[in-house]
Design a protein around this ligand. Structure first.
Ligand code: HEM
Length: 525
């Protein structure tokens, strides 16, 4: 959240503004300023809000966030406690980081806290909340989520798409083996992002890449990277709407440009599916998520979901699945390579189940309890996203005796939760063994000590697929290769800092040396 105050306060108006727009803008500015002043005054009155640092009029605490807001909040929790009240521009915001408060928000009062705030991203890239990850709580969200859970992410459908995941993991292993045989360093970020993207492209769209006719796969990577950049961008308009119409940092312009690219690619893919189904194109119907969505029966022969919703849901699934699993895997690999004893123990576990004469199958992963401990420890110490997707309160309520007015934005600080010395012994040490006596089959932690997939109505619908993708990819990489750092890099010198965004990957991409450990023919199977 690197806002430059000069950018916010000295607008650069580069285009002429029509008088109607100017009047509208002036009204917006006035209304926003008045509500900011009201909130500023209220924060100084005796209303029993949670404690927190005092902010500036209009900007609130925005400028105090720094480049790593999750760390700033973690430091603030130490001063003010597990629930803190801040103001991001005009947005009253509550941040929590304790198991008890998270249980309260996502379980006991889930009915109050299950909405999402309206943001520019929702308007432009979620097709005006036609998706379900960013959509407010209500009939549309319920309807689309039900379709995704009951039609797309069912155990049966995941079983039916297993072949795609196995083929893509084989491609990943072949690519790593090729680099290893040439003595090249492997860029694990590229490898891990590549495999999660191609797997999701195949499951969602029935093809290996996202490119429309004539486009190259690199266009797809660009589109997805741009999506993540804009998802993580803290757009001033979302916090101080009065300033947003100026689009000072060009976020809105970039979002519209990206939506144009999505439209081009996804409209072509949807049309291709229709043509395959009607026989206009040869090849027959595909077995992917888009086909399922197009096939859902509507009333009187009309499609069940309109194209806008199909596109918005596709973007949700792509965004929800790819970066989260790739970032989790990159952190896990960094810790595994830093700790050779963990790598050895994992390889012994995998060898004892699989042996050295065949490759790991997806169905093997339930037999790797120590690998599950490593993944849970990664979720704890290096959560894919530092905050869960923001929620918004739908009614006045109380938390720990403090008033939480309707419309408050709620951030769950997953990063701070996993590093609390009140919950964890030696919280900063990566220690998979701490999970050894736990129920490893349960992905969710009943005590809310970690929250990798959220909880309640808004919990991640892809947790089964996500966990499988993470475990299977790691198992294949560790069964196939011994991993070490390139010359000159050591366990102590590797950069273990994170880069802030809606997901937090390692600040420096992970590069490592892979040494094959299986018979050569297994690298092409
Ligand atoms: C390791 C992998 C993954 C992690 C760590 C992860 C994490 C999360 C988290 C923390 C949330 C927010 C929950 C909340 O607000 O309480 C979420 C929501 C969501 N995730 Fe995932 N996720 C993963 C994989 C996936 C996959 C594979 C998909 C889809 C195929 C997916 C789709 C979604 C969607 C659509 C939502 C929004 C749900 C809603 O608002 O109703 N995620 N995920």
């Amino acid at each position: 959240m690197d806002f430059r105050i000069s950018e916010l306060l000295i607008p650069a108006i580069s285009e002429p503004v029509e008088s109607g727009h100017l009047a509208f803008a002036t009204c917006t500015v006035l209304v926003t300023l008045l509500s900011c002043v009201f909130l500023f005054i209220r924060s100084g009155t005796s209303v029993n809000l949670p404690p927190g640092p005092k902010g500036l009029p209009i900007l609130g605490n925005l400028l105090q966030m720094g480049s790593h807001p999750h760390r700033t909040m973690t430091a603030l929790h130490k001063v003010y406690g597990h629930i803190l009240n801040i103001r991001l521009g005009c947005i009253p915001t509550v941040v929590v980081d304790s198991p008890q408060l998270i249980a309260e928000i996502t379980k006991e009062q889930d009915n109050v806290f299950s909405s999402r705030p309206h943001m520019t991203f929702t308007e432009i890239l979620a097709y005006d909340a036609h998706d379900f990850a960013m959509a407010p709580y209500g009939p549309h969200w319920r309807h689309v989520r039900r379709i995704c859970v009951h039609e797309l992410l069912t155990p049966k459908r995941l079983e039916n798409t297993r072949k795609e995941r196995i083929e893509e993991s084989r491609c990943m292993i072949m690519e790593v083996a090729e680099r290893a045989n040439k003595g090249e360093v492997v860029d694990l970020r590229d490898v891990l992002a590549g495999v999660s993207m191609t797997v999701m492209c195949r499951m969602l769209l029935g093809r290996r890449e996202f490119a429309a006719t004539g486009k190259q796969p690199k266009d797809f990577k660009h589109i997805i990277h741009e999506l993540f950049r804009l998802m993580g961008a803290l757009n001033p308009r979302d916090f101080v709407p009065a300033l947003g119409w100026l689009d000072l940092q060009g976020f809105e312009r970039d979002m519209y440009k990206l939506r144009g690219e999505f439209d081009e690619v996804l409209d072509a893919i949807i049309q291709e599916h229709r043509d395959l189904e009607s026989g206009k194109l040869p090849g027959g119907k595909k077995n992917d998520f888009i086909s399922v969505l197009l096939d859902l029966p509507g009333e009187d022969g009309a499609p069940h979901l309109d194209d806008k919703t199909i596109k918005a849901v596709t973007i949700d699934m792509m965004a929800g699945a790819t970066d989260t699993s790739a970032v989790t895997n990159e952190w896990a690999m960094a810790e595994i390579i830093r700790n050779p004893q963990i790598q050895r123990k994992l390889q012994e576990e995998i060898d004892s189940v699989v042996g050295l004469e065949r490759n790991v199958e997806e169905s093997d992963v339930s037999n790797f309890p120590y690998l599950m401990c490593v993944v849970k420890e990664t979720f704890r110490l290096h959560p894919a996203g530092p905050f869960a997707i923001p929620r918004e309160s739908m009614a006045d309520t109380t938390l720990n005796g403090y008033l939480i007015p309707k419309g408050t934005r709620v951030l769950i600080n997953i990063y701070s939760l996993g590093r609390s010395s009140e919950t964890w012994v030696d919280p900063l040490i990566f220690q998979p063994e701490r999970w050894a006596n736990e129920n490893l089959t349960a992905i969710h932690d009943s005590g809310f000590r970690i929250l990798p997939f959220g909880n309640g109505r808004r919990q991640c619908p892809g947790y089964n697929l996500g966990t499988t993708m993470v475990l299977f990819t790691l198992a294949r990489l560790l069964h196939g290769f011994n991993w070490s750092f390139p010359p000159g890099v050591t366990s102590d010198s590797i950069d273990m800092e994170e880069l802030y965004g809606c997901t937090t990957p390692l600040r420096t991409r992970l590069r490592a040396i892979a040494t094959p450990r299986l018979a050569p023919h297994l690298y092409s199977q």
